[in-house]
Design a binder for this molecule. Structure first.
Ligand SMILES: *[C@@H]1O[C@H](CO)[C@@H](O)[C@H](O)[C@H]1NC(C)=O
Ligand SMILES: *[C@@H]1O[C@H](CO)[C@@H](O)[C@H](O)[C@H]1NC(C)=O
Ligand SMILES: *[C@@H]1O[C@H](CO)[C@@H](O)[C@H](O)[C@H]1NC(C)=O
Ligand SMILES: *[C@@H]1O[C@H](CO)[C@@H](O)[C@H](O)[C@H]1NC(C)=O
Ligand SMILES: *[C@@H]1O[C@H](CO)[C@@H](O)[C@H](O)[C@H]1NC(C)=O
Ligand SMILES: *[C@@H]1O[C@H](CO)[C@@H](O)[C@H](O)[C@H]1NC(C)=O
Ligand SMILES: *[C@@H]1O[C@H](CO)[C@@H](O)[C@H](O)[C@H]1NC(C)=O
Ligand SMILES: *[C@@H]1O[C@H](CO)[C@@H](O)[C@H](O)[C@H]1NC(C)=O
Ligand SMILES: *[C@@H]1O[C@H](CO)[C@@H](O)[C@H](O)[C@H]1NC(C)=O
Ligand SMILES: *[C@@H]1O[C@H](CO)[C@@H](O)[C@H](O)[C@H]1NC(C)=O
Ligand SMILES: *[C@@H]1O[C@H](CO)[C@@H](O)[C@H](O)[C@H]1NC(C)=O
Ligand SMILES: *[C@@H]1O[C@H](CO)[C@@H](O)[C@H](O)[C@H]1NC(C)=O
Length: 412
C-alpha cells in the first residue's frame, strides 16, 4: 500500500512539478485535412496579478510542456483568421491569431485566458472568474514562407494585470508544406546589434504604446544594368492618426526592415524607392533640380491597413522639400527628424543616409549633414566659446584690478 501511495505521490509531485517549474518549449501543430498550416515551438511565462481577500497577489505561471492544442485552433479561411490555441492546466489557454498580406504574416492578436478558480495556480484567489485578455501589439512578424525565429524574450502587456513573456520561439503560419521552412526571419532582438547600443532599447513593460527606436534598414535600388543607383540607409517610424469607431487613434509603427521588400526606379531627375510589407506600402520620390544641382525628397505616398483601421489609410503629398542634398553627395542625419506628410501622417526618421542620384562604386558620396545635427554640434561650440570669452574677461579684469591696487600702494 505504501508503495502505491508513494508512486501516487511521485506522480502527483511530478505532475505538479511539470506544470509549476520553469517554462518548457511546447510544440504544437494545427492541421486541416492532411496538411499542416501552423507549426509552433513556444516558451512563455505569464506574470499575473489577481485579487485576494485583502489585496492582490502576483504569480509567474510558465506555459507548461504539457500544453496541448486547444479548441478554437484552426487553419482559417473564408473570413476566419488562422488561430493557434495552446491549452494547459485547469482551463487556461494562450491563443495566437494570425494575419497575412501575401508578403508577410504576423500575430495579429494574442489572447490569454485563465481560470482564477484554479487555486493551485492562483492561491487564495478571491475571484472564480475566467479572465480573457487580448493584445494586438505582439512583435511577431515574418516574411511569408519563412520560419519566424526568436530566442530573445519579448513582453506583451495585456492590460495592467498580465504580462506575457515569450521566448525561444520557432514558428510558421500559412505553411505551403508540412515542414518548417529552412529560410528564417530572425527577430531584431536576436540580430547582432550594429551601431545602436543595446541599452537604448530596453523592454519597457509598463509603457507598451511607446515604440523603441526603429532598426535602420538598407534599401538599395539597382539599375537594369545591375549598378546601384539609389542608396538608402534609414530607420523609419510611421505615425498615423485615424478614426476608428468614432475614436481618434494615433498609431506609431516602426518599419521592420527584415519584413519589408523594396524596389525602385532611377531616372535622370527622378528616383523612387518603394517599401512594401507589414500591411504598409510606402513610396518615396526624390527629384533633382538640374539647374541648382540639388536633390530632395519631394513626394511621399503611403497606404496602409493596420489593426483598427476600418478602411485603407491613404496619405500623399507631392510638394515636400525634405532630405535636401547636393548632387554627387549623400544626405546624412543621425538625429531624429520629423517629416510631416499630411496632417494625419508623418514619418520620423532615424540615422538617415541617402543618395538618390549619381551613386558611384556602390558607395555613398561625401555627406551633407542635416541642419539639426550641425546645430547640435554648434551648441557645444558656442558654449565653449562663451566660456573661453568669460575666462578671458575675468582674467583681464583681474589684471586690471591688480595693476590698480599696485598703483594704490604706491601713492600711500
Ligand atoms: C520564466 O519563469 C521562470 C520561473 O519563474 C524563470 O525562472 C525564468 O527566468 C522566466 N523566463 C523568462 C524568459 O522570463
Ligand atoms: C489524407 O490522406 C489520406 C491518405 O494519404 C487520403 O486517403 C485522404 O483522402 C486525405 N484526406 C484529405 C482531406 O486530403
Ligand atoms: C493579507 O493577509 C495575509 C494572510 O492573512 C498576510 O500574510 C498578508 O500580509 C496580507 N496582505 C496585505 C496586503 O494586507
Ligand atoms: C509562398 O509559397 C507559395 C507556395 O510555394 C507560393 O505560391 C507563394 O507565392 C509564396 N509567397 C511568397 C511571398 O514567397
Ligand atoms: C483581434 O481582436 C480584436 C478585438 O478583440 C478584433 O476586433 C479583431 O477582429 C481581431 N483580429 C483578428 C485578425 O482576429
Ligand atoms: C528560401 O529562399 C530562397 C530565396 O528566396 C528560395 O529560392 C528558396 O526556395 C527558399 N527555400 C525554401 C525552403 O523555402
Ligand atoms: C547603367 O545605366 C545607366 C543609365 O541607365 C548609365 O548611366 C550607366 O552608365 C550604365 N552603367 C554601366 C556600367 O553600363
Ligand atoms: C504622432 O503624431 C501626432 C499628431 O501629429 C503627434 O501629436 C504625436 O506627437 C506624434 N508622435 C510621435 C511619436 O511622433
Ligand atoms: C459614430 O457616431 C455617429 C454620430 O454621432 C453615430 O450615429 C454612430 O452610431 C457612431 N458609430 C459608432 C460605431 O459608435
Ligand atoms: C531649380 O533651382 C533654381 C535655382 O535655385 C530655381 O530657380 C528653380 O526654380 C528650381 N527649379 C525647380 C523645378 O524647383
Ligand atoms: C500595397 O500594394 C499592393 C500592390 O499594389 C496591393 O495589393 C496592396 O493591397 C497594398 N496594400 C496596402 C495596405 O495598401
Ligand atoms: C546597400 O549598400 C550599402 C552600401 O554599399 C551596403 O553596405 C549594404 O549592404 C547594401 N544593402 C543591400 C541590402 O544590398
Amino acid at each position: 500500500m505504501s508503495h502505491k501511495l508513494l508512486s501516487g505521490f511521485a506522480i502527483g509531485f511530478l505532475f505538479v512539478l511539470g506544470w509549476m517549474t520553469a517554462a518548457q518549449a511546447v510544440t504544437l501543430e494545427v492541421e486541416e485535412g492532411n496538411s499542416t498550416c501552423i507549426k509552433a515551438e513556444i516558451s512563455a511565462n505569464f506574470t499575473i496579478t489577481y485579487p485576494i481577500s485583502n489585496g492582490t497577489k502576483t504569480v509567474v505561471v510558465p506555459l507548461p510542456g504539457s500544453a496541448v492544442l486547444g479548441n478554437g485552433s484552426s487553419c482559417g479561411g473564408a473570413g476566419v483568421s488562422p488561430d493557434l490555441v495552446a491549452s494547459f492546466g485547469e482551463g487556461h489557454s494562450l491563443g495566437l491569431v494570425f494575419a497575412s498580406d501575401n508578403l508577410i504574416y504576423r500575430v495579429a492578436n494574442l489572447t490569454l485566458s485563465y481560470n482564477l478558480s484554479d487555486t493551485k495556480t492562483f492561491p487564495q484567489s478571491s475571484s472564480k472568474e475566467i479572465m480573457v485578455l487580448t493584445s494586438n501589439t505582439s512583435q511577431i512578424s515574418a516574411k511569408l514562407n519563412t520560419t519566424y525565429k526568436c530566442v530573445s524574450s519579448s513582453s506583451v502587456n495585456l492590460g495592467s494585470s498580465v504580462t506575457v513573456t515569450l521566448f525561444d520561439i520557432h514558428l510558421q503560419a500559412y505553411m505551403p508544406s508540412s515542414n518548417l521552412s529552412t529560410n528564417e526571419t530572425v527577430c531584431s532582438a536576436d540580430l547582432p546589434s550594429t551601431t545602436a547600443a543595446p541599452t537604448t532599447t530596453p523592454v519597457a513593460p509598463t509603457t507598451p504604446a511607446v515604440p523603441t527606436k526603429p532598426e535602420p534598414g538598407n534599401y538599395n535600388v539597382t539599375n537594369s544594368n545591375g549598378t546601384v543607383c539609389l542608396l538608402a540607409k534609414m530607420g523609419l517610424q510611421l505615425n498615423a492618426t485615424f478614426l476608428s469607431q468614432n475614436k481618434t487613434i494615433v498609431s506609431i509603427r516602426n518599419v521592420q526592415p527584415n519584413v519589408m521588400s523594396f524596389s525602385g526606379t532611377c531616372e535622370s531627375t527622378t528616383a523612387t524607392l518603394q517599401l512594401t510589407g507589414d500591411f504598409t506600402n510606402l513610396t518615396f520620390t526624390f527629384t533633382l533640380n538640374s539647374t541648382s544641382k540639388m536633390y530632395q525628397l519631394s513626394a511621399v505616398n503611403m497606404s496602409a491597413k493596420w489593426e483598427d483601421m476600418t478602411a485603407v489609410f491613404i496619405a500623399s503629398n507631392s510638394s515636400l522639400q525634405y532630405l535636401q542634398g547636393t548632387l554627387g553627395r549623400s544626405y546624412m542625419c543621425s538625429v531624429e527628424e520629423v517629416l510631416p506628410v499630411v496632417s494625419t501622417f508623418s514619418i520620423n526618421t532615424f540615422d538617415v543616409q541617402v543618395q538618390p542620384f549619381n551613386v558611384s562604386n556602390n558607395k555613398f558620396g561625401p555627406a551633407d549633414v542635416c541642419r539639426m545635427q550641425k546645430d547640435n554640434m554648434l551648441v557645444p561650440i558656442i558654449v565653449g566659446a562663451s566660456l573661453a570669452g568669460l575666462v578671458l574677461i575675468v582674467l583681464i579684469a583681474y589684471l586690471i584690478g591688480r595693476k590698480r591696487s599696485h598703483a594704490g600702494y604706491q601713492t600711500i
